[in-house]
Ligand binder design. Structure first.
Ligand code: HEM
Ligand code: HEM
Length: 132
């Protein structure tokens, strides 16, 4: 599967997960997990969708190993961060245990963004000529 499509599928998966949590919060009138909900949707759904669009619109034949690394790093970091937030805001595990994990996952999300910046700067798709 092409990388833009892979990002799209994962993005929609996060959207389903985030919306389920949103509906659960609304139905239970317990908004304790709203930070988790926000980041599943923003780091999971929105960022993955944006990365997919960047692949589709601005990247042509990017260095495959680097593009794959960027994909898996973002997904792994997003999953760990969202799971960590879920455990933290649901009071399932103490902050002292989760803090280093959340820290590493946050840096993972940031490195994913830096890798995407590098891919865009190094290998932009030539713009199609303007229509007359
Ligand atoms: C089925 C759809 C959704 C439901 C039922 C839902 C429900 C909720 C609920 C109950 C809250 C907590 C509000 C509060 O206590 O302040 C919330 C917060 C939030 N939601 Fe959703 N949501 C949905 C979709 C989305 C989507 C698609 C996004 C973004 C792409 C989103 C982003 C956010 C953000 C950023 C917050 C935190 C807002 C704040 O800082 O107060 N939500 N949502
Ligand atoms: C490295 C990744 C990120 C980290 C470590 C991070 C961390 C945080 C923290 C600590 C808060 C405050 C939570 C609280 O109120 O207790 C927050 C809030 C928020 N962040 Fe992030 N964030 C990240 C990425 C993003 C991204 C990519 C977006 C949007 C595209 C985003 C949107 C928001 C929004 C809307 C809020 C306010 C709603 C809320 O409190 O949940 N964040 N973030």
């Amino acid at each position: 599967m092409s990388l833009d499509r892979r990002f799209l599928v994962w993005a929609l998966g996060y959207a389903v997960l985030g919306m389920c949590l949103g509906i659960y919060m609304a139905a239970s009138q317990n908004h304790g997990e709203f930070v988790t909900h926000a980041h599943i949707l923003l780091i999971g759904f929105v960022l993955s969708l944006v990365y997919g669009l960047i692949h589709r619109l601005w990247l042509e034949g990017p260095a495959r190993p680097l593009a794959n690394l960027q994909f898996w790093l973002h997904q792994l970091a997003a999953l760990v961060l969202c799971t960590g937030l879920f455990l933290l805001y649901g009071n399932f595990m103490p902050l002292a245990t989760l803090d280093p994990i959340l820290g590493v996952a946050s840096v993972g999300v940031l490195i994913g963004m830096l890798l995407m910046l590098y891919l865009v700067v190094k290998g932009s798709k030539a713009r199609s000529p303007a229509l007359p």
